[in-house]
Design a protein around this ligand. Structure first.
Ligand code: SF4
Length: 429
């Protein structure tokens, strides 16, 4: 298994119509189709009832076993390689620092988010355990096996953080608690702290408090959409999905109150039709609340309701990535920045020499997420190639080196004299 796979959706050089951003009008999801009764609610898996045996590697050509959390969890390909439960290698990364766990059920996620490979409408064509999510496969592993391996590694574990990703399912709240208890009963949260990627739709404030009381360190809410309108269009009524912007904010504010400063955050996907000003206003709002934003570059996930749409042009992505870093970690405010009539960043609000230093340091362009043990602004959750192919990296899962910075500067239109980027030079490394 490898992160280098045949790509069907390469990132566009520009948005539709030659724009250097993904405009609202073109980023409309398809409508979900009907699902046959024989495929609804994991019917195939439950009918065949194949008992699971150890690690299950996604394979749409054979019967998916009947696996459920909390006994089973899925984990990212990168996490499974790092844990040692599947073979493989990753382009320019030796491991991931975050053990991303995903609850799993034959019925799958009952939401229908338009950009997501796990969405409910996909039950028409593949079983839940065989679906791709943020570009990669998610093997299913017995939870006890994952805990045993990490516990036996002790302080030497490669993981700096573990994250439980909830999905929209009636058992999700209860099983998240069980998975967290299984973890903390064997692994000191001071050695490997735990983040919760929540599902606000089924949660109450008491659920948030319980997870904090049981030792969770950081709580995040995947807003994903930067505006209420785009939220509704991509994960609410627009696609027959149960989520609401108001409920997500209610739980985010509960997390602020319960987990406290620097211990909560929100995911935002860039390039779903919002303006750069929309995204950065939201980033500022989160910082003003005491939290952080974790950014994802929109990628047309195969099988999703948005797989016909362009990936975010790299100009837009780099501008937002850089501006978000300045707001989150360098004390710059969105009001210090200047935006053009289409909401694009026209001025980042800091002197050129300071900007050069931030760009050349490269951290701004790494994957953003909950911190590990290196620095507060370096995410343990590096999600190798979760939002782009290795051939045109959006979020760098490693420290960018000189050749990468040349490419980033080229994408930003900020090349230094005499240091022009040569197409493809970083791939020769
Ligand atoms: S709730 Fe999360 S896992 Fe479920 S469809 Fe939406 S984005 Fe995907």
């Amino acid at each position: 298994m490898t992160c280098l796979k045949k790509e069907i959706a390469l990132p566009s050089r520009a948005g539709i119509g030659g724009l250097d951003f993904n405009a609202y009008d073109v980023m409309a999801p398809r409508k979900p189709g009907a699902t046959p009764a024989t495929a609804k609610n994991g019917a195939r898996v439950k009918h065949n009832n194949v008992p699971p045996e150890g690690v299950y590697l996604p394979n749409n050509n054979r019967l998916a076993p009947h696996m459920r959390s909390p006994e089973y969890v899925q984990m990212s390909t990168a996490a499974a390689i790092t844990l040692g439960v599947m073979p493989g290698k990753m382009h320019r990364c030796s491991c991931t620092r975050c053990l991303n766990l995903l609850l799993t059920y034959p019925e799958g996620c009952r939401a229908n988010c338009a950009y997501c490979g796990l969405a409910r409408h996909r039950e028409a064509d593949r079983d839940y355990a065989d679906r791709n999510f943020i570009r990669v496969d998610w093997p299913a592993v017995p939870m006890d096996q994952a805990v045993e391996i990490v516990a036996s590694q002790g302080e030497a574990t490669p993981f700096h953080r573990m994250c439980i990703s909830m999905i929209t399912h009636p058992r999700s709240d209860e099983d998240t608690v069980t998975v967290l208890r299984k973890w903390t009963s064997r692994i000191d949260p001071a050695t490997v702290p735990v983040s919760i990627l929540s599902n606000p739709t089924t949660m109450t404030r008491a659920d948030v408090q319980q997870l904090r009381d049981l030792g969770a360190d950081i709580f995040t809410v995947a807003l994903d959409a930067a505006t209420p309108d785009i939220f509704d269009r991509t994960r609410g009524k627009g696609v027959a999905s149960p989520h609401s912007w108001a409920k997500y904010w209610e739980i985010l504010e509960d997390a602020r109150d319960i987990f406290g400063r620097e211990k909560f955050g929100a995911h935002i996907i860039v390039g779903m039709g919002e303006t750069e000003h929309d995204t950065l206003t939201l980033v500022q709002r989160l910082v003003d609340m005491g939290g952080h934003s974790h950014m994802f570059c929109f990628f047309p996930e195969k099988g999703s309701l948005m797989d016909h749409l362009p990936a975010t042009p790299r100009d837009q992505w780099r501008r937002v990535q850089l501006a978000r870093y300045l707001i989150d970690y360098r004390g710059v405010r969105v009001e210090h920045m200047r935006f053009d009539e289409q909401g694009r960043v026209a001025d980042f609000g800091i002197p050129k020499s300071e900007m050069d230093n931030v760009i050349d340091e490269g951290v701004a362009f790494r994957t953003s997420g909950c911190p590990g043990k290196v620095r507060e602004d370096i995410s343990a959750c590096d999600r190798p190639y979760g939002d782009s192919p290795p051939s045109n990296i959006a979020s760098y899962p490693f420290q960018p080196v000189t050749v990468d910075i040349r490419k980033i500067r080229h994408q930003l239109g900020m090349e230094k004299p005499g240091e022009a980027y040569v197409e493809g030079e970083e791939l020769e490394m």
